[in-house]
Structure formats: C-alpha cells, structure tokens
Design a protein around this ligand. Structure first.
Ligand SMILES: *Cc1c(COP(=O)(O)O)cnc(C)c1O
Length: 390
C-alpha cells in the first residue's frame, strides 16, 4: 500500500548538503583522499572537565527522567550566563533546555506559528530555518542580502517584508553560513522595527563567542525590557564547547512562551538527556579557558583561507567576522553552486557545501573547522580547479 503522507512531510525538502556529504563519505570509503570543508562543527574535542561531569553523573546513577524543561541547576546556570555575559535578567522559569539548538528552533516555531503565518528569514540562512517554518505550517518569507552589504539585511528591507501575517523575524548573528556579525546599532535598528510592528524576534545566538577582528556580539534582547519581551533567544552548547553530539540547546523567552515550549517538549522528547545536562552545568559555570586556544587556531585558519580564496581566479570573499565559515562568491567562475561543488568534489576531491542550500546560489560555504594541513591541501586543489574554469 502506498502510504498517505501529511502535507507537512510533503513540504520538507531533503537537505542539499546530504548528496555532497554522502558522496564524500563514499569516496573516502573507497580510499580516496578527500578534503572536507563541509563540516558544521568544531574539530576540537569536548573539554575534559565537561566529560568528567557527565561521567560522574552516570556513575552516581543520574540516569532517570528529569523535569521536561531541564534540571533546575542547569536552568539557573543559563540564567546566570545571560546575566553575566549579556546583561539580561531571566528567571529560571523563562529558560527551557532542549535537545540541541535545532530542537530549540523547532519548538519555537511549533508554539508560535501555524498555517497562514509568515516568518521573515534573511538569506543566506541556516538551512534548517525555512524547513522548520514549513513543518510548522507557516510560510518562510525570504529577504536577501549579498556580499555587497556584508550579508546584512537593512531596516528598510525588513520593514517592507512585514505584513499583517508576520509572526516572527529570524535573526542569526554571528551567522551560519556567512560569518557576518551585525553591529549593535544595526541590531537595534532591526529590533526597533519589530517592536514597532509587533513582530517577535527569534534570535539565534549560538555563535556568540566565536568572534574575530574585534567584532562584538550584542543580543537584541538587551536594549530594553521591551526588546527583551519581544525576543526569544535560541542558544546552545554545540559550538563554543564543541558538544554537537550531546544535544543541548536552550531558549530564553517571555515566561508564557517558555511555558508553552516546556509543555510541547513534555509530550515530544521529554527532558534532554539527564547526564548530558550535568555536563552542561559545568560548561556554563566554569570559565571558558578552552576557547582561547580554539579561537587562536580558528583565527589563523580564517586569515590564511581568506587570503588564499581572494587570490583565486573568479572568486571574491567577504571576510567573515564570526563562526568558523567563509562564504566565497563564485559567480566569476561562471558556475552555480551545485555544479561548482559537484565538480570540485569529482575533479579535485574537495567537499564544500553549495550556497544553494542556504538560499544563495552564487556562493559556497567553506568550513575551516579542520586542520591547517587539510586547509592548505584543499585550497591548493581549489585554486587549481578555479584556474581551469576562468
Ligand atoms: C549549529 C547550529 C545550531 C544548533 O545546532 P545543534 O547541534 O542542534 O545544537 C543552531 N543554529 C545555527 C545557526 C547553527 O549553526
């Protein structure tokens, strides 16, 4: 029998990145020396003090259900983090711990959006945003910003996109895939419009700690109590603590929204993994000493890769200010992103993610969360590839 699929499932596009990723893995299995620029996670290990706390939790039998919204000490640690780092006061009741930042985004969409609603998504976007909006039944309204504006949407663009049906504006700074970081003034301008127009903001701040060249992160929630009331912050431990597999994300929101998300979660995943949460507590309460070495490595690789990319035939490249990606413009090569990435993989054994996946077909995403040796090798090959095209 042919199954009947829900409208919801029919609307989900399979990940464009998956084809490239599967192909790269296949080639590796065949013994081919593939350089991977596709990865979306730090190449460093989770710091030992975090692992030790989770191990201890296991040994002590902390292996049962917890409160759906997370253990009180983790919610308190998250509230303290916002107070310490972002000058934001949240009560633990305004914090919900989720099974990864992606799950946080999912929960936000599911409690705030439905059929007929519009969600404004600036492109280039993190590829899951529009898909999750569609799963919730709502319509993504994409506004575009290319490298000519450093990948930042303007207040006018946002204002023009808002309709009576707009429920949410998604802000992601520092950005995946571009590494763009909005300045505090730019953030405030966007936040003010949303306040004026009664549009909530979902602010994904997961790359908050990964900044370069003196860029600063300012949460849109932190300008005034009104801005805070109008914002749902999405955050998580995946990137700055290299805990992608632990599945720990969290939201900070007005209490009514946090309650709804907690109720939804109580009937879907229930709590995030008990002993992982214990690791989360020490991650958020101990100093981030590990980050200094990581950022030094990221900064070196970013500088090197940016210099190499800008020297390649047909390529220009915005110098990212955050995260661990560069997002070069390949339009000078005459290829669109899918063909560029397919051929780069086939002809030179280098895997990169086509910009099409992020709503920007003239670009490719290069992750430098890999060793300098791999970066040098991969860029040598990419340079040869581009040289043949142009
Ligand atoms: C990695 C990432 C997340 C969350 O990832 P999880 O592994 O689900 O915690 C959220 N937003 C962006 C933009 C990301 O790049």
């Amino acid at each position: 029998m042919k199954p009947h699929f829900s409208q919801r499932s029919e609307s989900i596009a399979p990940s464009v990145t998956l084809a490239i990723d599967a192909k790269a893995k296949e080639m590796k299995a065949e013994g081919i020396d593939v350089v991977g620029f596709g990865t979306g996670q730090p190449d460093f290990d989770t710091p030992d003090f975090i692992k030790d706390a989770a191990k201890q939790a296991l040994d002590e039998g902390f292996t049962k259900y917890t409160a759906a919204a997370g253990i009180p000490e983790l919610r308190q640690a998250i509230a303290d983090k916002f107070n310490r780092e972002n000058d934001l006061d949240y009560k633990p009741s305004q914090i919900v711990v989720n099974c990864g930042g992606k799950h946080s985004v999912f929960n936000v969409m599911m409690v705030l959006c439905e059929e007929g609603d519009e969600v404004i998504v600036p492109a280039p976007y993190w590829l899951s945003y529009p898909e999750i909006v569609k799963i919730a039944g709502a319509t993504p309204v994409v506004i575009e910003a290319g490298d000519e504006t450093d990948f930042k949407v303007t207040p006018d663009q946002l204002r023009d996109a808002i309709t009576d049906n707009t429920r949410l504006f998604i802000l992601n700074s520092p950005s995946n895939p571009t590494g763009a970081v909005y300045t505090p003034d730019e953030i405030k301008a966007l936040g003010d419009i949303c306040l004026e127009k009664n549009v909530l903001i979902m602010s994904d701040e997961i790359y908050e700690h990964l900044l370069y060249d003196g860029a600063v992160h300012k949460s849109v929630a932190s300008f005034s109590p009104e801005h805070q009331e109008n914002t749902i912050i999405v955050h998580g431990l995946a990137k700055a603590w290299s805990m992608t597999g632990w599945r720990l994300g969290f939201i900070a929101a007005p209490e009514a929204i946090a309650k709804k998300i907690s109720a939804l979660q109580s009937h879907s995943t229930s709590n995030p993994t008990s002993f992982a949460q214990k690791g989360g507590v020490v991650a958020l309460t101990e100093p981030m000493d590990h980050l200094e070495g990581w950022m030094k490595a990221f900064a070196e690789r970013r500088a090197y890769a940016h210099e190499r990319l800008t020297a390649m035939a047909g390529i220009t490249c915005y110098k990212s200010q955050g995260a661990f990606y560069l997002f070069p413009n390949i339009s000078g090569t005459g290829l669109k992103s899918s063909e560029f990435c397919e051929r780069l993989l086939e002809e030179e054994n280098v895997a990169a993610v086509p910009g099409l996946a992020f709503g920007a077909d003239d670009y490719v995403r290069i992750s430098y969360a890999t060793s300098m040796e791999q970066i040098v090798k991969g860029l040598d090959r990419m340079e040869r590839f581009c040289g043949q095209l142009v």
